[in-house]
Design a protein around this ligand. Structure first.
Ligand code: PGA
Length: 252
């Protein structure tokens, strides 16, 4: 059986933009997205979720950049999954390397967050990726396997989970994995997930590439058989460049 995976292009706005800028960016994405044949998600910072949700149309979806795994309580500075649902989110990015490095997020925490996301009906975008040091030591595949093992819940399906491969050395640096190198890792991810999840789930699951993806390199990356879209940082802060990547994904 062959599986046709619908491409996904997700914009990770990170800690950028005030309300009016977020609304303008979201409007630009909505306007240019009507005839694109891919799933489009924008992921603004927490304070922008509500205002951005009010201008989303054309099936452009809303994602958050993190959540807590507890349903509520004394967790200063954290945000519960129910709050994300209340803000009209359908997706949440989990285990981004900036969260792992700057906030001590372990694979176990990422998994607990993913389980909380599933319980709330959110799709978890679970990020994995190796550092430059791990890459230099030839530990790319081993690092990815360990992260997948410990951060992807057993209940993960193609409907509730998207995997994002984001080599840490490529994020925000202008360096990009070559399409062939990225494909090797994506193939590894899909193959490795088959050891813990069913063939059907794994074949249908979308695996995104992230790390300096931009209009100039998107088509070559997206042409790879196991690259099903992109998680885009810098290039998602401009509607035209984000839409150019979405168009490349849609043309596949
Ligand atoms: P970048 O970020 O596109 O700016 O490299 C990607 C990400 O961190 O999700």
């Amino acid at each position: 059986m062959t599986f046709k995976r619908k491409p996904v292009v997700a914009g990770n706005w990170k800690m950028n933009g005030l309300k009016e800028e977020g609304i303008e960016l979201a409007r630009g994405v909505v306007e240019g997205s009507s005839d694109l044949n891919c799933e489009i998600i924008v992921c603004p910072s927490f304070p922008l979720l509500h205002p951005v949700s009010e201008v989303l149309e054309n099936d452009v979806k809303l994602g958050a950049q993190d959540c807590h795994f507890e349903p509520g309580g004394a967790y200063t500075g954290d945000v519960a999954v129910s709050m994300l649902v209340d803000a009209n989110c359908s997706h949440v990015i989990l285990g981004h390397s900036e969260r792992r490095a700057d906030h001590g997020e372990t694979d176990d925490i990422v998994k607990a967050k993913a389980e909380a996301a599933y319980a709330a009906g959110l799709v978890a975008i679970i990020c994995v990726g190796e550092t430059q040091e791990q890459r230099d030591q030839g530990l790319t595949m081993a690092t990815i396997s360990t992260q997948l093992d410990a951060s992807v819940p057993n209940e993960a399906t193609a409907e509730n989970t998207i995997i994002a491969y984001e080599p840490v050395w490529a994020i925000g640096t202008g360096l990009t994995a070559t399409p062939e190198d990225a494909q090797d890792v994506h193939d590894h991810i899909r193959t490795y997930l088959k050891t813990s999840h069913s063939y059907e789930v794994t074949e249908a699951m979308r695996i995104l590439y992230g790390g300096s993806m931009k209009p100039e390199n998107a088509s070559d990356l997206l042409a790879q058989p196991d690259i099903d879209g992109g998680l885009i940082g810098g290039a998602a802060l401009n509607a035209d460049s984000f839409l150019a990547i979405a168009k490349a994904a849609s043309d596949l």
